[in-house]
Design a protein around this ligand. Structure first.
Ligand SMILES: [Zn+2]
Length: 166
């Protein structure tokens, strides 16, 4: 069985722990549930197999806090965690509130301290393409003195009064 200490990365510390937590359904696989400042980790006590198709076989369940979309109290003393899939951890009825609260607090503090979200970074790096340079100074007709009109198509100045290019 994997020890929690082997899984923790540098800067990761355990915020909350509970043993004899059941996963997925009451009477399901039993193990230790850990909340760290980075992840929610469930370590099964022994190799276990879920009968449902596609289920994990005796694997540790590691959920990155950044991937958690929703945490809520479920029925029968469970905590529901929605990330890429829905997880249910049965922590006993009297523990559900403290688990939900602690996970939510950790999530919000992680989001505050975390790297800047994509939106500001995108705004910083995004520069609109520069508009085509307009003719800098309005020229005046050497003949009549009126402002000339710049004709982009010919890239020349044109006097409407004299009807000729400058
Ligand atoms: Zn003119």
């Amino acid at each position: 069985m994997v020890k929690i200490e082997e899984l923790l990365t540098s800067g990761e510390n355990i915020i909350k722990k509970q043993s004899r937590v059941m996963y997925e359904y009451a009477g399901g696989p039993t193990g230790d549930l850990y909340l760290t400042n980075m992840r929610l980790i469930f370590l099964p006590k022994k190799r276990w197999a879920l009968l449902s198709p596609g289920a994990l076989l005796g694997k540790d369940i590691i959920i990155s806090l950044q991937g958690i979309r929703l945490v809520s109290k479920g029925s029968f003393g469970s905590v529901k965690v929605q990330s890429d899939k829905d997880h249910r951890f049965f922590v006993k009825l009297w523990n559900t509130s403290s688990w939900v609260d602690t996970i939510q607090q950790t999530l919000s503090s992680t989001q505050r301290q975390g790297p800047p979200r994509q939106q500001p970074r995108f705004q910083q790096s995004y520069n609109p393409p520069p508009p085509p340079p307009p003719p800098t100074n309005v020229q005046h007709c050497g003949n009549c003195g009126r402002p000339l009109e710049f004709i982009h198509k010919y890239n020349r100045w044109y006097c409407r009064t004299c009807q000729k290019y400058a």
